[in-house]
Design a protein around this ligand. Structure first.
Ligand code: GDP
Length: 648
């Protein structure tokens, strides 16, 4: 009761619908110590307490947050949030997104006012890298070249011979390091010029980098073996380069071979819109041999000519931006990333963000193993200091400080997560697929099958199709995107990336380059030699793909005989179990005159003085209910649990 002198702790607690013990915590926070519920508080203190406790708590979330993220913002366990949502008639899994209306409802139920940060604060997708330095600082920069072509036409050999012939031997002991890209120096019109080569030949890497927003390549060298001709991957490479609007220089390789027929190649090129100069076109075709070295200096000359026409420029001034060429985590060194600087100058000590990774440049090494203090445009450097390995093609930028770097990286990760939840990602593992479809996002389980012999491939595909036939009503279906005989190759992985598939090998394993590609691209490759294991895994994933069904399972009921309150203010319901059993930790509904008051959880359960896990029918017990102290004699407590029912 309030008097002129003030108010008792117990009365104020009653007024604020809380226990004296709970009020004591708030008072303690305010620096007021009390002896017990009878302590008198002056009016001023009481007013402050009322203000503090009636003021809404504010929680902030981003639009599109998941249940887990909202629960975190509301400082509540995620399971409690899921249960609360069920009470609102919403079955939403922890990693599913919560719409703003439901998030607000959930927050209100916990005494919070929710602020939803709008989409505008979510960072936009990084735009393709563009860098302009201050006026007058633009300078010519070395061209960046990617070598493409059909398998075995000599891409790797060509990269090797160019590197060997043009890295100044002696000066650095001729030591070259594989860092995913290298630079050579060439005499051109009595001047020393540099060319940067990306060391990952093939159009998959090129396209993959483009897909991530990095237009790194200025010139494509298309390798065609003079003794072979235009092959499927040659055509693909032409398409990829043309799609990216990157000029092509053709290297007609293996000219040392007796059966080399360069004219036939030139003729064939014309059929693919690459008309060489001799036929009145503008495409340069250079006969070379990666074996003898014939034609290599001319090839480099032509590359520089094409670069001149393009007038490639960049400013070495200002903070660097660039792209990741390759990255991995190495024991003892941490994340090792090759960065191709595209504009500005990268320096030791710079704080950088690379895709979802961030850090401070601790050390920089070029392809000759030299330690660098700074790296100007078109320079590939191996960088130490990132917290994780980004993906090839991720953009790299220098930011003000480590805090900004971390925050930008975190925003990107959160965006990636949102996109993943939105089903926009292409890269998945079987577990991911299973989880995503559990959340209702994925309806198709895409699979690429490789097997040792035609018979086994057919058997596997037959069994997988049977999974669909056996479950005609299910929403989630298996879709075989490709099946074939042989080991799992890099191009299988590319297709998996393009189609969002997992790759299954039956008595077939990935070759080393496919293994690397799968690791790089996060493709799930699973190998089996027992067909039953294979179909069982897929079937289990499909089951996981189906939306979960929760069912309420009644455990028991009790009647409240008496309400106790401990000296510390904890409210205990003294009950008799009238039906089934009560279980500690289980859900409980509180009913008064058959009216539902609240649904919560049995926090603690005691028989006489001992803590127990459960109490059976006919016994008396004392219990506390999470977040609920208003118990009265004759209240009915219904105890139940929510069970996920597995679909069969
Ligand atoms: P990639 O698959 O395009 O990278 O091709 P590689 O560089 O691995 O070369 C495939 C095969 O062709 C290897 O056995 C090389 O030794 C051989 N090769 C490459 N270039 C030449 C060349 O100019 N002349 C001859 N005779 N063989 C070559």
């Amino acid at each position: 009761m309030a008097t002129a002198k003030g108010i008792r702790v117990a009365d104020l607690a009653n007024e604020l619908k809380m226990t004296p013990a709970e009020l004591a915590v708030t008072l303690n926070d305010l620096g007021v110590n009390i002896d017990g519920p009878a302590t008198m508080l002056d009016e001023e203190t009481a007013r402050t307490v009322r203000e503090v406790l009636t003021q809404p708590k504010i929680a902030e979330i981003s639009a599109g947050s998941t249940v887990r993220e909202v629960a975190e913002a509301l400082s509540m366990p995620v399971n409690t949030a899921v249960k609360k949502l069920m009470e609102f008639g919403q079955l939403i899994a922890p990693n599913q997104r919560l719409d703003a209306r439901m998030a607000e409802k959930l927050a209100a139920a916990c005494g919070y006012v929710l602020r939803v940060k709008t989409e505008a604060r979510i960072e936009p997708k990084p735009a393709p890298v563009a860098h302009r330095g201050p006026a007058g600082t633009m300078q010519p920069r070395p061209p960046v070249v990617t070598i493409m072509g059909h398998v075995d036409h000599g891409k790797t050999s060509l990269l090797d011979i160019i590197r060997k012939a043009n890295v100044a031997e002696g000066e650095f002991g001729g030591i070259t390091q594989h860092i995913g890209a290298y630079q050579v120096e060439v005499e051109h019109e009595a001047q020393k010029k540099r060319i940067t080569f990306l060391d990952t030949p093939g159009h998959e890497a090129f396209t993959e980098m483009r897909a991530r927003g990095a237009s790194v390549t200025d010139i494509v060298v298309l390798v065609v073996a003079a003794d072979d001709g235009i092959m499927p991957q040659t055509i693909e490479a032409i398409h990829h380069a043309q799609a990216a609007k990157v000029p092509i220089v053709v290297a007609i390789n293996k000219m040392d071979k007796p059966d080399a027929r360069p004219d036939r190649i030139k003729q064939q090129l014309t059929e693919h819109n690459l008309v060489v100069e001799e036929y009145g076109g503008e495409v340069i075709a250079v006969p070379v041999s990666a074996k003898s070295g014939e034609g290599i200096p001319e090839l480099l000359e032509y590359i520089l000519l094409v670069a001149e026409v393009q007038q490639l420029q960049a400013s070495p001034s200002g903070h660097a931006i660039g792209a990741i060429v390759e990255a991995s985590v190495e024991p003892g060194r941490g994340a090792v990333a090759t960065v191709l600087v595209q504009g500005g100058t990268l320096r030791i000590g710079d704080c950088i963000v690379a895709g979802p990774a961030y850090g401070k440049v601790r050390a920089m090494t070029n392809d000759r193993g030299e330690k660098l203090q700074k790296a100007p445009p078109s320079t590939p450097v191996e960088v130490l200091g990132l917290n994780a390995a980004p993906a090839a093609g991720d953009t790299v930028e220098v930011v003000k400080n480590e805090k900004e770097a971390r925050q930008t990286a975190e925003r990107r990760m959160s965006r990636a997560r949102t996109e993943r939840l939105g089903g926009q990602t292409r890269r998945l593992t079987l577990d991911d697929l299973s989880r995503q479809a559990l959340e209702g996002i994925v309806k198709e389980l895409n699979i690429i099958v490789k097997g040792d012999v035609q018979g086994s491939v057919e058997a596997v595909v037959g069994q997988l199709n049977k999974l669909n036939e056996n479950r005609p009503d299910e929403e989630v279906r298996v879709s075989v995107k490709l099946s074939g005989v042989g080991s799992i190759s890099e191009s299988d992985i590319s297709l998996a990336v393009a189609t969002g598939s997992i790759v299954i090998g039956f008595n077939s394993r990935p070759d080393p380059s496919a293994q690397r590609a799968a690791e790089r691209d996060g493709i799930d490759v699973r190998t089996y030699n027992i067909i039953y294991d294979l179909t069982e895994d897929i079937e289990r994933a499909m089951k996981g793909l189906l939306a979960p069904v929760f069912e309420e399972a009644a455990l028991g009921a009790a009647r409240v005989l008496q309400r106790f309150q401990t000296s510390r203010g904890v409210v205990i319901a003294g009950c008799t179990v009238t039906d089934g059993k009560l279980v500690r930790g289980a859900e409980v509904r509180i009913l008064r005159n058959k009216q539902l008051l609240y649904t919560s959880r049995i926090d603690s359960l005691k028989r006489v003085k001992d803590d127990v896990r459960e109490v059976a029918q006919g016994f008396e017990c004392g219990l506390t209910i999470e977040n609920w102290s208003d118990v009265q004699p004759d209240d009915v407590l219904e105890c139940f649990e929510m069970k996920q029912v597995e679909r069969v």
